[in-house]
Design a protein around this ligand. Structure first.
Ligand code: MN
Length: 270
């Protein structure tokens, strides 16, 4: 049995199947970890989600910004954008089952025995793993409560852009969600810059990649993340594993076997 962490699939179903064949994935024995952005922008969001749901007992996943966008659209709170490829999924007869499954998604998953933590975008430098877990649970429990619609309606926006323990209500949930699902660049005390999407050398003045701070409280944790295709899988940082290799942009889909950190990939099949 092995555990494979897979980068942002974004509806690239054929590439996912290629990768699973390459590692001889057996859903009865092996586990899949998915870093989020399971759907959208790519060609086959519905097939991807149906397949993952069919093997859900072998899957651990965290929600990405595209997954949350789909949930907001499915609740009628947002309109699809011109680059979205969600309409087949939105009109599928089994969409409610798939939505209900996504609503159970986490923002952070840790396996202490394996020694890895997975998030979609990152963990801000000033949070320990314990604090990050607690803050992730705040959003997860809201998504699974009767306030899920209010949350999805209020989660958009770039403010507040700085963490304070005393933040309450939707402001608090919004910045937690932005850290876990949208962050690339920040300051050491967690001020966010959410506009820049290029690689590390494009850091805006005063900002740096979230994982680059040597005083980061999770410095000794092994962290798997996606979201940042421009990194092309390179972080130059020990214990920090970037798995989004831009499949949906014509790159590749990557997997890491957690037991030995071996990497596998399949070129984009468009
Ligand atoms: Mn993303």
């Amino acid at each position: 049995m092995a555990t494979y962490a897979i980068g942002d699939i974004q509806g690239c179903y054929d590439s996912l199947q290629c990768l699973l064949e390459k590692v001889s994935f057996n859903p009865d024995l092996d586990k899949l970890w998915l870093v989020g952005d399971l759907i959208n922008r790519g060609p086959d969001s519905l097939a991807t989600l149906r397949y993952l749901y069919s093997i859900r007992h072998s899957v651990e996943f965290v929600l990405g910004n595209h997954d949350l966008h789909f949930l907001a659209v499915s609740f009628g709170l947002r309109k699809t954008g011109q680059n979205d490829t969600l309409s087949e999924l939105l009109h599928a007869p089994d969409r409610q089952e798939l939505i209900d499954w996504l609503m159970q998604g986490k923002l952070l998953h840790t396996d202490e025995a394996l020694g890895y933590t997975m998030v979609h975008a990152g963990i801000p430098p000033m949070w320990s793993l314990r604090q990050a877990q607690a803050h992730a649970r705040e959003v997860e429990s809201t998504l699974q409560s009767r306030y899920c619609r209010d949350f999805l309606a209020s989660m958009y926006g770039n403010q507040p852009n700085r963490w304070k323990n005393k933040l309450i209500g939707m402001d608090r949930l919004r910045i937690i969600t932005n850290y876990f699902t949208r962050m690339r660049f920040c300051t050491e005390d967690g001020m966010l810059e959410l506009d820049t999407k290029e690689n590390m050398s494009a850091a805006p003045l005063g900002f740096a990649p979230w994982f680059s701070f040597t005083e980061r409280k999770t410095f000794n944790e092994k962290i798997i993340f996606g979201h940042w295709a421009a990194l092309e899988g390179q972080t130059n940082t020990p214990n920090i594993y970037a798995l989004d290799t831009g499949c949906v942009w014509g790159g590749s889909l990557s997997a890491m076997r957690l037991e030995d950190a071996k990497l596998f990939s399949c070129d984009c099949i468009a």
